[in-house]
Design a protein around this ligand. Structure first.
Ligand code: NAP
Length: 267
C-alpha cells in the first residue's frame, strides 16, 4: 500500500500573522490535535490558553509552546467540570483581557462496543464530554464573544460523524451530533458577528487513535477507507482550524471541513 501525497512536512516558514492580536482558547490541548492547533494559532500570532485534565501535561505543553516563542497560558480544565471551565474563561480574561476564538476539541471514548451493547454509563460519559461539554463551552463563551464584538468557535468532530466506525458506534454518534450543534449555534449567533464551524479529522496518528493505528494490521485496516493511504498529521488538522478561525473564512459559518485524506464523507 503506497502512501499518496507525502509532501506535507511543516508550513512554519509560510505561516502568516493573520491571527495577530487575537486570543484563542483551545481545550484538550496538552497533546495531539489540540496541541497542534494551539501551536498553529500561536504561530499565526494569537495568544493562547491551553488546557487539559492533568496539570503535569498542561505544564509540559505550556513550556514547550513558550519555547517556540508562543504567548501562552496553561490551566487545568476537565471540560465536564463547571468550576474548571469557569477558571478557563477567567484565565483568558485575567491574562489576556478576554478571548476571540474557542476551539472545543475534547472527546473521550471510554469503551468500545456496538451501539446496542453499550452500557448506559459509557453512553452518558461519551455524550457528557463530547457533546454536552462542547455545548456548555459555547454557551459560556457566547457572552464573552459578544463583548469582543464577535469571534469564532470551532468544534472538533470526526470522519466517524459521517459513517459510524465499527466498533466506535456511540462515539461516532456523538461526533455526528456536533455537526448539528455547529449548524444550530451558527444560525443563532450569526447576528452577533460570531462564526461557528467544525472540522472533521480523518484518522490521525495520536494516542487517541493508537488502538486502530499502532499495529501494522490495524493500520492497514484503518487505511482501507482512506484514498491517500496514509494517516493524517495533527498539523494538517491544525491548519484547517487556523483557516476557519481566520478572516480568510469570513463568509463561512455552520460548515464542517472534512480533513481526511479523501475519505468518503456524506450523511
Ligand atoms: P490525544 O492525542 O489522545 O489528546 C487528547 C488530549 O485531550 C490530551 O491533551 C488530554 O490531556 C486531553 N483530554 C482528554 N480528556 C479530556 C477532558 N475530559 N477534558 C479536557 N481535556 C481532555 O487525542 P487526539 O487524537 O488529539 O483527539 C483530539 C480530538 O480529535 C478529539 O475530539 C477526537 O475525537 C478528535 N479526533 C481524533 C482523531 C484521531 O484519529 N486521532 C480522528 C478524528 C477526530 P489530559 O490527559 O491531560 O486531559
Amino acid at each position: 500500500m503506497e502512501p499518496i501525497n507525502q509532501h506535507f512536512t511543516s508550513t512554519k516558514n509560510f505561516h502568516s500573522t493573520r491571527l495577530k492580536g487575537k486570543v484563542a482558547i483551545v481545550t484538550a490541548s496538552s497533546e495531539g490535535i489540540g496541541l497542534a492547533i494551539a501551536k498553529r494559532l500561536g504561530d499565526e500570532g494569537a495568544s493562547i490558553i491551553i488546557s487539559s485534565r492533568k496539570e503535569a501535561n498542561v505544564k509540559k505543553a505550556t513550556e514547550s509552546l513558550r519555547g517556540e516563542g508562543i504567548n501562552v497560558e496553561g490551566i487545568v480544565c476537565h471540560v465536564s467540570d463547571a468550576d474548571q471551565r469557569k477558571k478557563l474563561f477567567d484565565t483568558a480574561k485575567s491574562k489576556f483581557g478576554g478571548f476571540d476564538i474557542l476551539v472545543s476539541n475534547a472527546a473521550v471514548n471510554p469503551a468500545v462496543s456496538p451501539v446496542l451493547e453499550t452500557d448506559e454509563a459509557v453512553w452518558d460519559k461519551i455524550f457528557d464530554v463530547n457533546v454536552k461539554s462542547a455545548w456548555l463551552l459555547a454557551k459560556e463563551a457566547y457572552p464573552e464573544l459578544i463583548k469582543r464584538g464577535g469571534g469564532s468557535i470551532v468544534f472538533v468532530s470526526s470522519i466517524a460523524a459521517y459513517q459510524p466506525m465499527e466498533p466506535l458506534g456511540p462515539y461516532s454518534i456523538s461526533k455526528t451530533t456536533l455537526l448539528g450543534l455547529t449548524k444550530a449555534i451558527a444560525y443563532e449567533v450569526v447576528r452577533d458577528n460570531i462564526r461557528v464551524n467544525c472540522v472533521a479529522p480523518g484518522i490521525v496518528a495520536t494516542k487517541f487513535s493508537s488502538a486502530i493505528t499502532s499495529s501494522e494490521a490495524a493500520k492497514e485496516k484503518s487505511l482501507s477507507i482512506v484514498p491517500m493511504k496514509r494517516l493524517g498529521k495533527p498539523e494538517e488538522i491544525a491548519s484547517a482550524v487556523a483557516f476557519l478561525v481566520s478572516d480568510d473564512a469570513s463568509y463561512m459559518t455552520g460548515e464542517t471541513l472534512v480533513v481526511a485524506g479523501g475519505t468518503y464523507a456524506h450523511l
